[in-house]
Structure formats: structure tokens, C-alpha cells
Design a binder for this molecule. Sequence first.
Ligand code: MN
Length: 139
Amino acid sequence: MVDAPSSPPPSAAPKRILIVEDNELNMRLLNDVLEAHGYVTLRTDQGETAIDLARRHRPDLILMDLQLPDISGLEATRRLKADEATRAIPVVAVTAFAMSGDERKARDAGCDGYIPKPIMLKQFLETVEQFVSGGAASA
Ligand code: MN
């Protein structure tokens, strides 16, 4: 397990994070890092399933890969933001090949934040913590 002496102790109720990622190695990395820091994860590699899981479980945060095998992460985000039941859940786009314009597309689709791959762990965890604690709601 990852030794993380600088991370804050988890609050009483663990925060739940839905990871939407179709690359197995990325999924394992994100999952292991989050679990090591006290988060509970839900996981899927499909956009449609992500929407279903979000409706049923109301996670505190959704990490959304933009390139998925069924619907795109952008489309999944649009649907989540169009639905009263899931609109308030922050969605952070996680995407490789951070080309200029990618962040703009993510924002236009309704993503609340943006994390480029490759993942930089410290920045990644700081961003996650901001969103689950509500500190980045309108950033
Ligand atoms: Mn992908």
C-alpha cells in the first residue's frame, strides 16, 4: 500500500468517488491511490453504466475519462448535468493528450474540473479533495 503520511484523516463518512475509466492500468492506479487515502470507489469502464451508478449511488465526485468505448465522457457528462438527480454531483474530466481545446470541450459539456494525464499524484489528490469537500464547487 502507498504510505501517505501527509494526507488528512478521512472524515467520519468516507467520501465516495465514481471512477469512469476504460484503461485497466489507469483504473487500478486511480482506485489504489484513492482507496489508500480513505475514499470509497465505484468503478466502471462504460459511460452508460456511469450514469446508472451515479443515479443509484449519488457519489460525492465523478472522475470521467473522456474516451470511453460506448458513449463519450463528454456525452455522459452532458446527460448527468441534464438530469435533476445527478446535476449537483461534481464531474472532473480526466484525459490523456491534453490538447488545447480539450479542457474547453470538457467545460462546455458541464465538467466542473479537469485533470490531465499523465496523473500527477499530489495535484490529483488536491483536486479530488477540493471537490469532495465542496471547496471547488464553482472553480
Ligand atoms: Mn479511455
